[in-house]
Write a protein that binds this ligand. Structure first.
Ligand SMILES: NC(=O)c1ccc[n+]([C@@H]2O[C@H](COP(=O)([O-])OP(=O)(O)OC[C@H]3O[C@@H](n4cnc5c(N)ncnc54)[C@H](O)[C@@H]3O)[C@@H](O)[C@H]2O)c1
Length: 319
C-alpha cells in the first residue's frame, strides 16, 4: 500500500536518490531549505510534494505536521560539511541537533503511529580512535561540532524509542559517492573532487589533482545506490527496528588505489601534487557491516563498478 513518506534534505545528494527510489511505490514529501540541495535534483512527479523550509524552525515543522501525517520519516537534512561545522558551530547545532529533536517530537505526537524514523548519522562519530574495522560497538569519539551533533542526535533518536516506543533506526554512513555529489568546495568528498578533475580534464591525457597527506589514507567508499538499498532495509525490515547500523561496504581502499582504478577506467594519468595532511584527517576508517548484512544487505556496486557508473553519469552530463 502507498505510504506517505517525509524525506528531510531530500533535494541533496543522497536525499534526491532516496526520493527517486521511494517514488516508485510511495508518496513523498521533501522538506529542504535548498542551502546545498537543488530543485533540479528532484524529478517531476505527481506523487512528490516539495516544501521549502528549515528543519530548525519549529513553526515550519509544526505547520508541516498540522497539514499532514507521515508513515515513515527519513531525516537527512543537515549541514553536512565538517569544516562548516567547525566555522559555524551554533548554526550547525540548530540544524543538526535542534532540527532532529523538533522532528522527533512531531513524529511522536502526530495521531497516526509512525512506522519508522530513520536518522542519517555518520562514521565521524567514531573519531580518530584507531580500532578497525569500526563495529557499531566501537568506542565513540566525536571530534568536531558536526560529529558531536550527529552523536547527540543519535542518542535523542534512540531515547525516543526507549521512552516513547517510537520505532527508529540509525544509519552511520561511511564515505558516500555518486552522481549529484557537489564538488564545489575544496572540502567536498574526495571522490567528487577527483571525478570533477576528470570532467575538467576530459580532453587532456593527464589530469591534475591535489592529495592532502601521503595518499595512503584508507576509507570505505560506498556508492549512493547501495546507501539507498541500506536505508530501505532500515525503514522497511522489522529486524532493523531500534537498531544502529554502519552503512559502508566493509572493503577498505586507499586514496592511491582509488586513483589507480580511475586511471584504468579512463585510460588517463593523474598528476598528483601533495600537500600537508589536513588537521584532524583520520588515517584509516572502514566499516564492519555484519549487522547490515544480517538484514539482507549486499554490496551491489564495488568500487570499480561504482566509479564507472559515476563517471558515466558525470561525463554524460557535460555533453
Ligand atoms: N555524503 C556523505 O559521505 C555522508 C557521510 C556521512 C553522513 N552523511 C549525512 O547524510 C545526509 C545527507 O548528506 P549529503 O551528502 O546528501 O549532503 P547534502 O548537503 O547534499 O544534503 C543535505 C540536504 O539538507 C538540506 N538542508 C541543510 N540544512 C537544512 C535545514 N536547516 N533545513 C532543511 N534542509 C536543510 C540541504 O539543502 C541539502 O539538500 C546528511 O545528514 C549528512 O550529514 C553524508
Amino acid at each position: 500500500m502507498k505510504k506517505n513518506i517525509l524525506v528531510t534534505g531530500g533535494a541533496g545528494f543522497i536525499g534526491s536518490h532516496l526520493v527517486s527510489a521511494l517514488l516508485k511505490e510511495h508518496r513523498v514529501v521533501v522538506l529542504d531549505n535548498f542551502s546545498t540541495g537543488r530543485r533540479s535534483n528532484l524529478p517531476e512527479n505527481s506523487q512528490l510534494t516539495v516544501v521549502e523550509g528549515d528543519v530548525s524552525d519549529l513553526c515550519v515543522i509544526s505547520q508541516l505536521f498540522a497539514d499532514q501525517e507521515f508513515d515513515y520519516i527519513f531525516h537527512l537534512a543537515a549541514i553536512a560539511s565538517v569544516m562548516e561545522s567547525v566555522e559555524q558551530p551554533l548554526v550547525t547545532h540548530q540544524t543538526n541537533m535542534d532540527g532532529t529533536i523538533y522532528l522527533l517530537n512531531a513524529a511522536r505526537t502526530q495521531n497516526k503511529p509512525i512506522q519508522r524514523f530513520v536518522f542519517a548519522s555518520s562514521a565521524a562519530v567514531y573519531g580518530a580512535e584507531p580500532t578497525l574495522p569500526k563495529t557499531e560497538n566501537s568506542p565513540i569519539q566525536p571530534l568536531t561540532p558536526y560529529a558531536i551533533d550527529k552523536f547527540g542526535s543519535e542518542r535523542y533518536v534512540t531515547s525516543y524509542s526507549q521512552l516513547f516506543q517510537l520505532p527508529v533506526a540509525v544509519a552511520r554512513f561511511f564515505n558516500v559517492y555518486g552522481p549529484r555529489q557537489n564538488p564545489d568546495s575544496p572540502y567536498s568528498g574526495v571522490l567528487s573532487l577527483l571525478v570533477d578533475a576528470f570532467k575538467k580534464g576530459n580532453q587532456a591525457d593527464r589530469v591534475e589533482f591535489t592529495v592532502y597527506g601521503d595518499g595512503q589514507q584508507v576509507r570505505d567508499f560506498i556508492y549512493v545506490a547501495d546507501v539507498i538499498q541500506g536505508l530501505r532495509l532500515l525503514a522497511f525490515s522489522e529486524e532493523a527496528r531500534d537498531g544502529t547500523f554502519n552503512l559502508g561496504t566493509g572493503r577498505p581502499i586507499s586514496l592511491h588505489e582509488v586513483i589507480l582504478v580511475l586511471e584504468i577506467l579512463t585510460k588517463k594519468q593523474v598528476n598528483i601534487s601533495y600537500k600537508a595532511a589536513r588537521e584532524g584527517d583520520i588515517p584509516k576508517s572502514y566499516a564492519a557491516i555484519t549487522k547490515l548484512e544480517q538484514l539482507g544487505f549486499q554490496v551491489n556496486m564495488p568500487i570499480e563498478k561504482g566509479l564507472q557508473a559515476y563517471l558515466e553519469a558525470e561525463l554524460c552530463a557535460t555533453v
